[in-house]
Design a protein. Structure first.
Length: 102
């Protein structure tokens, strides 16, 4: 259970509504999980492509598969990644590393 998932949603206008729906879907499951579940939903805006991507941690595979996200490597672009919902430590990166990248 170590597969990450990525969903490309398009530019800001195209991505706004789907992102809200996915975030709500994620939270309904996340709130029923015990702390330390590893469930996380991250976003990353790719400027060069004008594209918003959502990344689902392996523990959130059930939601990722419902929205047809594709398997991918864990996100590594710290300058654009942001936690939308869930547990930020799912990336295995300390909070100070995010601050350093910003």
């Amino acid at each position: 259970m170590s597969t990450w998932y990525k969903l490309e949603l398009g530019n800001d206008d195209q991505a706004f509504e789907p992102t809200l729906r996915i975030q709500q879907m994620f939270m309904s499951k996340f709130l029923m999980c015990p702390p330390g579940s590893g469930r996380a939903l991250f976003s990353c805006y790719e400027k060069e492509k004008d594209n918003l991507c959502l990344y689902f941690s392996p523990a959130a595979a059930d939601i990722a598969l419902r929205v047809y996200a594709k398997p991918c490597d864990p996100p590594t672009t710290l300058d654009c990644i942001g936690l939308l919902a869930g547990e930020g430590d799912a990336l295995g990166i300390e909070p100070w590393e995010f601050a350093k990248a910003a």
